[in-house]
Design a binder for this molecule. Structure first.
Ligand code: XMP
Length: 558
């Protein structure tokens, strides 16, 4: 769906220190950004050739990895002459090789691919980049090329058994390079290295925090929006909800939210979410349009056709409500940073289009307001917590705009929606109630995705070594049930033969929904859920588990 609105940027970070990450197309560029943000330092990811030369708030530069080799004719090239000597630069993988190669060093295909865990056998302890590094520190390598000679005046500051120039430094200017990936979890002191660069070398004040974000954003929203009225389409999801609460904090009742029930939400979701919003003091118009949507969908089986009808109806219903708010000047949206990075994608390909907000009539002349546009998902959750929102709203899994419609194969009826809502409710509640204890890498992964920090059960209280208790729900990106209503199979219940539909359970782990793995749920959990669904949900006599990853399968079935 398109938004017919003028785009107006709302933030002004002129006083905010920032690190610039130049993106050469690596899969882990966003991860570098998240790690820097975890150091309470603001950063922006920009295409490799879009350095903001006139921005005085930049305190350091990181060059990312790349799918290319530095000597490929089509490899991305950048002129660093205006940055060098002025700002500290850290090259990661391709970034390190690029700086070495373009300054008289040598880069060649590695004898064998240098991939996986390695240990730093030599470390120049007094180098500020390696401050507090321990002997044999584990790092993660992932490169097909390797530096075989450094430019004159540059030297190795760390090596592994196979990689002589695992990390280097230039003697007379603030340039560093690492051929390993400090941003990935398997580089055990990776965060330390980034901290050494961002804080120790670049001098970050580490003042980027959810609290400071809320304070400055509320202030800026007040200045930008003035006495105008703002409309926001709520979906019940974390992004639009946090956006609403933030705006509410800034302009109170001059924010009007619209929440449309298309009849294919989760069980009791409309009622529960409306209740939550009311408790949060939001000014929400709830529109029950389920008759219209389900009526228009009757008998339609083609997945694309179903999506189109829902999209069209949504725009109609949303617009009809929005038009009633005649003095509105702004349309707020819960767009977050990864959505924008995708649209800045250096390959120019649009990977994912927005499908959360309905198009508004041009004549309304609304300006777009996107206060979360600089945040990663985990930061949105932290901001939500800072705003005092309830945990169950903050940690909600993503849910598709067309709702259960894309999880019911074939045509949609109220009865099929009822069956799926009941099965889904059992599954989601079971995921929430099943607790697991995690430590080490697994624990760090969950914590860095923005899940509750108060779930620590460690005696030691040490964050990195501590054990945490989380629900299965919090460990996975997204879960749901799919009603295979075009399929029937035979079963037996008591003495009766049944001939009913199967339900497929889906649960995936992911960081951005662009790729996903099926979650390895415990067998005892699956056994209980299967038995509960078959015994309690009339119309279902079989439960399957979807073990497909994305790609090639998508998360939703339709
Ligand atoms: P797929 O199925 O493409 O889904 O792997 C990726 C992510 O997007 C969600 N999704 C949607 N969200 N409107 C939405 O707001 C939609 O039409 C839609 N289709 C898929 C999906 O749930 C997953 O998080």
């Amino acid at each position: 769906m398109r938004i017919f609105a003028a785009k107006t940027s709302i933030r002004n970070f002129s006083m905010q220190q920032k690190i610039i990450i130049l993106d050469f197309g690596s899969q882990t560029t966003q991860l570098i950004g998240r790690r820097v943000r975890e150091l309470n330092t603001f950063c922006e990811i920009l295409p490799y050739n879009k350095f903001p030369h006139d921005d005085p708030s930049v305190i350091g530069v990181i060059l990312s990895g790349s799918p290319y080799s530095v000597y490929d004719p089509e490899a991305f090239k950048v002129d660093l002459s205006q940055i060098r000597g002025r700002l500290p630069i850290l090259g990661i993988c391709y970034g390190a090789q690029y700086m070495s190669y373009t300054n008289g060093g040598n880069v060649e295909p590695a004898g064998s691919r240098e991939y996986g865990r390695a240990n730093l056998a030599y470390i120049e302890k007094e180098n500020p980049l390696l401050n507090d590094f321990v002997p044999n520190s584990q790092v993660w390598m992932s490169h097909g090329d390797t530096i075989t000679a450094l430019p004159q005046g540059w030297r190795a500051i760390a090596s592994t058994e196979d990689v002589t120039y695992a990390a280097y430094a230039a003697d007379s200017e603030p340039i560093w390079g690492v051929q390993f990936h400090p941003e990935v979890f398997h580089s055990v002191q990776g965060t330390q290295l980034l901290k050494n660069f961002v804080v120790g070398i670049c001098g970050s004040r580490q003042d980027w925090s959810p609290a400071s974000f809320v304070e400055t954003t509320v202030q800026e929203l007040r200045e930008q929006v003035g006495n105008d009225r703002v409309i926001l389409g709520l979906s019940g999801g974390v992004d639009s909800s946090v956006c609403a609460v933030l705006l509410n904090r800034a302009i109170g009742d001059r924010l009007t939210c619209i929440f449309v029930d298309h009849g294919m939400l989760r069980k009791n979701e409309f009622r529960d979410v409306m209740h939550d919003y009311e408790c949060l003091g939001l000014n929400v118009i709830g529109v029950d349009a389920s008759e219209k949507f389900l009526g228009d969908l009757a008998g339609v089986t083609d997945p694309e056709q179903k999506r189109k009808i829902i999209g069209r109806d949504f725009v109609e219903v949303f617009n009809a409500e929005a038009k009633k708010i005649t003095d509105a000047k702004w349309l707020a949206q819960g767009t977050i940073y990864p959505d924008r990075i995708e649209s800045l994608n250096i390959t120019g390909k649009v990977i994912k289009s927005h499908h959360n907000v309905g198009g508004l009539p041009k004549e309304m002349h609304l300006s777009l307001c996107e206060p979360l546009q600089w945040l990663f998902k985990d930061e949105v959750r932290r901001v939500g917590r800072q705003l005092g929102m309830p945990e169950h709203l903050i940690t909600r899994h993503p849910f598709p705009g067309p709702g259960l419609a894309v999880r019911i194969l074939g045509d949609i009826t109220r009865e099929k929606v009822r069956i799926l809502q009941d099965a889904d409710d059992i599954y989601i509640n079971a995921l929430r109630n099943y607790k697991v204890r995690l430590k080490g890498e697994e624990a760090r992964k969950v914590l860095s995705a923005g899940y509750p920090k108060d779930s620590f059960v460690s005696e030691s209280g040490a964050q990195d070594e501590g054990e945490i208790e989380v629900s299965l729900y919090d460990q996975i990106w997204q879960a749901g049930t799919v009603l295979l209503s075009t399929v029937r199979s035979v079963g037996v219940m008591g003495d009766e033969r049944t001939y009913e539909h199967p339900v497929a359970l889906r649960a995936v782990t992911s960081t951005d929904a662009m790729t996903a793995d099926w979650a390895h749920l415990p067998y005892d959990f699956m056994a209980q859920v299967s038995s509960d669904i078959i015994n309690k949900v009339k119309g279902v006599n079989r439960v399957c588990y979807d073990i497909s990853s994305k790609p090639p399968s998508t998360i939703e079935w339709e």
